[in-house]
Ligand binder design. Structure first.
Ligand SMILES: *[C@@H]1O[C@H](CO)[C@@H](O)[C@H](O)[C@H]1NC(C)=O
Length: 329
């Protein structure tokens, strides 16, 4: 990890000038980017820092904040943070994760903790909600005093029993609140990779989640390629973005819920730019239920990845940022 002024200042606990968040009044509360790296090399657990995985570059995050982004989702692996699900922390991994969180939040932005585990631990579906509650209670205790932290229960549950997905999300909420983290938002995710386009057919039961603080946000993901997996540069059509979120918008409205598009992306081409603009305009028009959206993804190790938002050479930083600027909070 590169030590830079942000991180040094955060570590030293010194006051520093928060970069001015640009005001463009898109109506979104959250507009940002995932910051990949700590979840890389998932076939090597725990793996070696700077070989298998890396932490996000806080100076790159600073650059993105100066462009107007105010939300950063940090994927990491549960097994690296706690080798046993209900056990103690790997102090080094926790400290490195916390440094990134502190750099983001002390600059006035939101840091979203994203255990990027697909509802699994050591490759097995997490089947004991009470273990998951303990895990979240332990983690939330570390961040309970930081109002700008957001807890994302898990990345992209899939191929799991639907009631288990409900119970795991509820256990996470209960654990976080039991830790005394009572002011923070909680982003819950659904089954079937939390897809917005298939949300209503898979995840309707999640409407019964409850939070004593009433700060649940339903995090959905949406890609615009033919199978919705985010593995192609080609968007299906120039209108596919708005089309794919519309049933989810209705669900949020009918059930009085709030949502966030926690991952979206498209290739560096005109058709995708138009499709993304159409989708974000649609979310904006429905900003009463959609709190914002996060691009997938920035991070120091993406190289020439088609969606890389890493400053300054990333394909999307070069080709997509100017399209996104109109939506900054
Ligand atoms: C944490 O980051 C430091 C560099 O800042 C590195 O030396 C160390 O290996 C990292 N530890 C873990 C567990 O990632």
């Amino acid at each position: 990890m590169k030590l830079n002024t942000l991180l040094v200042a955060a570590a030293a606990g010194t006051a520093m000038a928060a970069p001015q968040l640009k005001k463009r009044s898109s109506g979104f509360t959250f507009f940002g980017v995932s910051e990949s790296g700590a979840e890389f090399g998932e076939s090597n657990i725990p793996g070696v820092w700077n070989t298998d995985y890396i932490f996000p570059d806080t100076s790159a995050i600073s650059t993105l904040i100066s462009k107007g982004f105010n939300s950063f989702r940090i994927p990491f692996l549960m097994e690296r943070l706690t080798p046993e699900i209900t056990g103690s922390f790997d102090e080094g991994y926790l400290q490195n994760l916390t440094s990134v969180v502190d750099a983001i939040t002390s600059a006035g932005a939101w840091a979203i903790l994203d255990p990027h585990n697909y509802g699994r631990f050591n490759g097995e579906i997490i089947s004991t909600p009470s273990d998951f509650k303990t895990w979240w209670q332990n983690v939330a205790t570390q961040f309970a005093d930081n109002k700008n932290v957001i807890f994302d229960t898990n990345n992209e549950y899939h191929d799991m029993d639907q009631t288990l997905v409900l119970n795991l999300n509820q256990a996470a909420i209960n654990g976080i609140r039991a830790a005394g983290a009572t002011t923070q938002y909680i982003f819950v995710e659904g089954n079937s990779y939390t897809g917005a386009w298939t949300w209503t057919e898979n995840n309707d039961n999640l409407k019964s989640l409850t939070d004593p603080q009433d700060k649940i946000v339903y995090e959905m993901h949406q890609y615009l390629d033919s199978d919705g997996s985010g593995t192609s540069e080609t968007c299906v059509s120039s209108t596919i973005g708005a089309e794919r979120v519309s049933s989810a918008t209705q669900w949020l409205k009918e059930n009085g819920k709030l949502g966030v598009l926690g991952e979206f992306a498209g290739g560096d081409n005109e058709q995708c730019r138009t499709a993304i603009t159409g989708m974000l305009d649609d979310l904006k028009e429905n900003a009463d239920v959609w709190l914002g959206a996060l691009w997938w993804s920035a991070g120091p190790w993406w190289g020439d990845y088609m969606y890389s938002m890493e400053p300054t050479g990333g394909v999307a930083y070069q080709g997509m940022l100017s399209t996104l600027e109109a939506y900054m909070p």
